[in-house]
Structure formats: structure tokens, C-alpha cells
Design a protein around this ligand. Structure first.
Ligand code: S3P
Length: 430
């Protein structure tokens, strides 16, 4: 476990392209694996989580050919929708891989697969996919709703499913299963969640359509993705957005950032708090809207976050809590009990991290209440092996009076191996 110190070091200035989108990269590898023939993926994320997905599809018999730089040239030779061979899969720390892959495997004619991962993965619920998959006729077993998960191929039938939680992972899993089920599968979501799977499947020729608050998929013979382009990850960009919003004198430009409306909740929330964020559209990149973000600091005020906004900003809520420590008034985050089921219990780990730095933060059953105190003192943040908590601590360090020591900074490699170097490259540049 490595520690790093982050201290106030003046404004952040300059520009960079944040790493490629983690959600889209996982889907690109899986959908290319299901495809016929070769798919070229441009800009695949080179990070621990997405390496787990490449190793997983390779174990299923998929050909993966990467150059020295994964993000530059990746060619995936798919086994086809009905071609994965039996395997034991190590998902590492990747919850998205854990939830999405069973949908594809459950619909195979025969075969057995197990999915397991690190200590954090063994605390991530899988009943959210196991229960609806069983309704479709799947043979899925988990110990008390947690990994390891065993999937045996079975004949599936389409279902009409109302998701009890807004989860893009559950939706995506059932969409994959629906491609192999008899009849149509309809998945209704109370609040929209990220729709990268729908966009990518449609581009690969799958019979999928949105109907009101639901997605309907019908069985497919074949998928032909051919080429998938991955934009930069707004969830990674968000760390620089908040850093530039908090540190006086900053001006940061982030290029090529995916601004799919199902992911931009963080921008809407920060703008409501008074942040200065210019979004300059840069067109479409592989079926996803992309933009340049320009961020400068400004005084922030408290806000309330809940309801439909939560799934649109789920991974960025820790950053909202950090910004709220610097804002005027009391910010409430509610309807976010899902935060407790992420790489760590983020209600508790965010509250503990910010309190350790002098923040006035109260955890609640489904969120956080944060009272702005004009700033943070500083101290020690423990990442608890959670990449987003490690990066949160680093950003806090640039804005807290006495700086922050992050214990377990290496966790950032799950989604952003070069985070610390990129962050430091923006310091002292102006
Ligand atoms: C993800 C969806 C979200 C998010 C996770 C990635 C995805 O999880 O928190 O980091 O790629 O589909 P849920 O859909 O379970 O909320």
C-alpha cells in the first residue's frame, strides 16, 4: 500500500485528456467478444479494472491483440454470441464485469462459469442480477447473494422487469441475456441510468429500442461491432473539475470528455452550486457526445441532490460532498443508499475521509449531510482500497490548509493509473 502527500501548491493550470471511459471500455470488450469477426477498439482504458475484462474475455476463448499501448490499438476477435467456452473468471475489483458478464453466459446452451474477485468484490451484491436472471430461467448460484457466482448455461425466456434500483449494471446484464432469450425482454427503470450498453448494442446491429421509461431487446443472431471509439471518462475528469473549481486562480481545460446526458449529473450539480464550467461540444465519438470542459474557481453555495439526479452522478457524489465542504450552507445528498454498495461503503468512507480533514459531514441511511465551513484543515485520508476515495483525498489535499496524506493511493490504478502524475502536471504550470 503506497502513501502520497498532496499540499496546496497554487493554481491548477493547463489542459489534458482524462483517461478513457471505464464503463464504455468494459462494454466495448464484452460486446466485441460477443461479436462476429474482429473489432477494433480505439482508446480502450488501460487500468486494472478494464484489464480484468480483457483477461476475462481471453479466458472465454476471445482473441485479444494489444499493442504496447493498450489505448492505441486493441483488436478483439469475437467468439460470437453463442461461443464463450467454460472458464473460471477472476474479475479482480471490477463490479461492472461481475454484473454484466453473467447475462451473456447465462444464455449459453451449455457450460459452467464461476466469477470471483478480490475482498471488496466478495462484498458486492450479485442478487440484483441473479434474481431477474433466474426469472428468465437462468441457472445462477451465489453464496448469500455475494460472489463467488456460478453460472450454468440454460434456455432463457424474455421477461418484463421493473428494476427496483436504478442500475445500469443490472440493465446491461439483462440486455445481454435478452439477446439470447426467447421472445422479447423489457426492462423498465424508475430513473434513467447510463445508456452506453443500449447505444453500443444498437450500433452493433442488435434489435434494441427505447420505449418510454423502458428498453426492449429481442433475440439476435449476431452482433457486428467492427469498431468502437471510447471517449474520455467524465468520472475521472470530475476530479480535475472539482480541483479547479476549489483552488483559487486555476483554469483547467479537459479534452474529449464524454458528456452523455446519463452521465453529466455532476456538471449540473456543480453549476447549481455556482461553479464556472464551460462545456464546448466537440461532436460525437463512437455514438457518444464529447466536449471540452473549461473550469475556473468561483464561490460555491450548498445544494440538494436526490431522486433522478442520483444515478446521473452516482460515482461523483463523493466529489459533491468535498465541494460542499467549501460551499456556503448545508448540502444534502439523499436517495443514494447505493453508495453503500460501491467499491467501499462510500457513505461511510466519504464521511470518514472528510471528517478526518475537519469537514462537518454526517452520514445518513441514504446519503450525506454536509455543512460548508469555508474550507478544510487537512490530515490523513485512508482510501480503503477504493480508487475514488484515494483520488478524492488527493484533490482535497490541494485545497485544504495543511494538505492531505492519502494512505493507499495505489488504489487509483483501478480506473486511473496516471492520476497522480496528471494532477501534478497541472500544478505550477501557470
Ligand atoms: C456502472 C454503473 C454504476 C456505477 C459503476 C459503473 C456501469 O453502477 O456506479 O461505477 O458501468 O454500468 P450501478 O449501475 O450498479 O449503479
Amino acid at each position: 500500500m503506497s502513501s502520497s502527500r498532496f499540499e496546496p501548491a497554487g493554481p491548477l493550470r493547463g489542459g489534458l485528456r482524462p483517461p478513457s471511459d471505464k464503463s464504455i471500455s468494459h462494454r466495448a470488450a464484452l460486446i466485441a467478444a460477443m461479436g462476429e469477426g474482429e473489432t477494433r477498439i480505439e482508446g480502450y482504458l488501460d487500468a486494472a479494472d478494464t484489464r480484468s475484462t480483457l483477461a476475462a474475455v481471453a479466458a472465454l476463448g476471445v482473441g485479444v491483440e494489444a499493442g504496447p499501448e493498450l489505448g492505441r490499438a486493441l483488436t478483439v476477435a469475437g467468439v460470437g454470441l453463442r461461443g464463450p467456452r467454460p472458464a473460471a473468471i477472476d474479475v479482480g475489483n471490477a463490479g461492472t464485469l461481475l454484473r454484466l458478464l453473467p447475462g451473456w453466459l447465462a444464455g449459453q446452451e451449455a457450460g459452467e462459469w464461476t466469477l470471483d474477485g478480490d475482498d471488496s468484490i466478495r462484498r458486492r451484491p450479485v442478487d440484483r442480477v441473479a434474481l431477474p436472471l433466474r426469472e428468465m430461467g437462468a441457472d445462477v448460484e451465489a453464496r448469500e447473494g455475494m460472489p463467488p457466482l456460478t453460472v450454468r448455461g440454460a434456455a432463457l425466456r424474455g421477461i418484463d422487469y421493473e428494476m427496483p434500483i436504478a442500475s445500469a449494471q443490472v440493465k446491461s446484464c439483462l440486455l445481454f441475456a435478452g439477446l439470447l432469450a426467447a421472445g422479447s425482454t423489457r426492462i423498465a427503470e424508475g430513473h434513467p441510468s447510463r445508456d452506453h450498453t443500449e447505444r453500443m448494442l444498437a450500433a452493433a446491429g442488435a434489435p434494441i429500442e427505447r420505449a418510454g421509461g423502458a428498453v426492449v431487446v429481442r433475440p439476435a443472431e449476431r452482433l457486428e461491432p467492427r469498431r468502437i471509439d471510447v471517449p474520455a471518462d467524465i468520472s475521472s475528469a470530475a476530479f480535475f473539475v472539482v480541483a479547479a473549481a476549489l483552488v483559487p486562480g486555476s483554469e483547467v481545460v479537459l479534452e474529449g470528455v464524454g458528456v452523455n446526458p446519463t452521465r453529466t449529473g455532476i456538471l449540473a450539480i456543480l453549476e447549481r452550486m455556482g461553479a464556472s464550467i464551460e462545456v464546448e461540444p466537440e461532436g460525437e465519438h463512437g455514438g457518444e457526445p464529447v466536449a471540452r470542459l473549461r473550469v475556473r474557481p468561483s464561490p460555491l453555495r450548498a445544494t440538494d441532490v436526490g431522486g433522478a439526479e442520483v444515478p446521473l452522478a452516482i460515482d461523483e457524489l463523493p466529489l459533491v460532498a468535498l465541494a460542499a465542504c467549501f460551499a456556503e450552507g448545508t448540502t444534502t445528498i439523499r436517495d443514494a443508499a447505493e453508495l453503500r454498495r460501491k467499491e467501499s461503503d462510500r457513505v461511510e468512507t466519504v464521511a470518514a475521509a472528510l471528517r478526518a480533514l475537519g469537514g462537518a459531514v454526517e452520514p445518513t441511511a441514504d446519503g450525506l449531510v454536509i455543512t460548508g465551513t469555508g474550507g478544510l484543515r487537512g490530515g490523513i485520508v485512508r482510501s480503503h482500497g477504493d480508487h475514488r476515495i484515494a483520488m478524492l483525498g488527493a484533490v482535497a489535499g490541494l485545497a485544504a490548509a495543511d494538505g492531505v496524506e492519502v494512505e493507499g493511493m495505489d488504489a487509483a490504478a483501478v480506473s486511473y493509473p496516471r492520476f497522480e502524475a496528471d494532477l501534478r502536471s497541472l500544478l505550477g504550470g501557470g
